[in-house]
Design a protein around this ligand. Sequence first.
Ligand SMILES: [Zn+2]
Length: 229
Amino acid sequence: MDLDLAQLVVKGANSQSGLSWLQWYNAHKVYHPGYDLNIGNGNQDKGKIITTPCDGEVEYISELKTNNGFGLHLVIYHPKLGAWTHYAHCDSIIIQKGKVKAGDPIAIIGNTGTTWAHCHFEVWTRGLYNIQLSRKWPKKPYEFYPVNWPKWQVAQYYIDPAVFLNDCYKLITPYMNPLDSQVSSWARDGWDWCISENIISSDALPNKPITKEEMATMLYRFYLRINRI
Ligand SMILES: [Zn+2]
């Protein structure tokens, strides 16, 4: 994976000692359905912060620290991308419920359920989410590992984290660009509105000429926001 993109989840990630996307893991008989994000080997990454790469909402936090090897486990739903991100082996969870914004700290790297501290990061499609919900595992519905699944099936029901993070990056680029780092909340609000109205796409390319009404509406919304009306 592009290591710059990995930093959307673990800042400073520049090497990996763990498993990568669809790497065969013989000990568990599984094509690893995500990425193990860390900076170094051993437990030196314990205590480092995990951030969410995309706006979303907390969906699930595991009750125990040893669940099927997932350890303390957090799931966030991302409506903009229609996907669920999983963060396993956490030492602790920072956000307990509610909405999160891209870049928000959400958890602390740990080694719960595993040996070396790292963040097991996987991304679910809606199809996999629906299948797991239908299995009616109310206490631990998300501690699922696709053991003995063929590679094509894993690739069908999980999203390549590199692809997902690239989509996240397109969404948050305007806020992460150093030149835009001072962007105010009303401008961010306007940006979100433009995307929701399909005036621009997430990578900032105009989808269509803007109408006078749309421009006037945007300016009026900015006026209200700036003046706190
Ligand atoms: Zn892993």
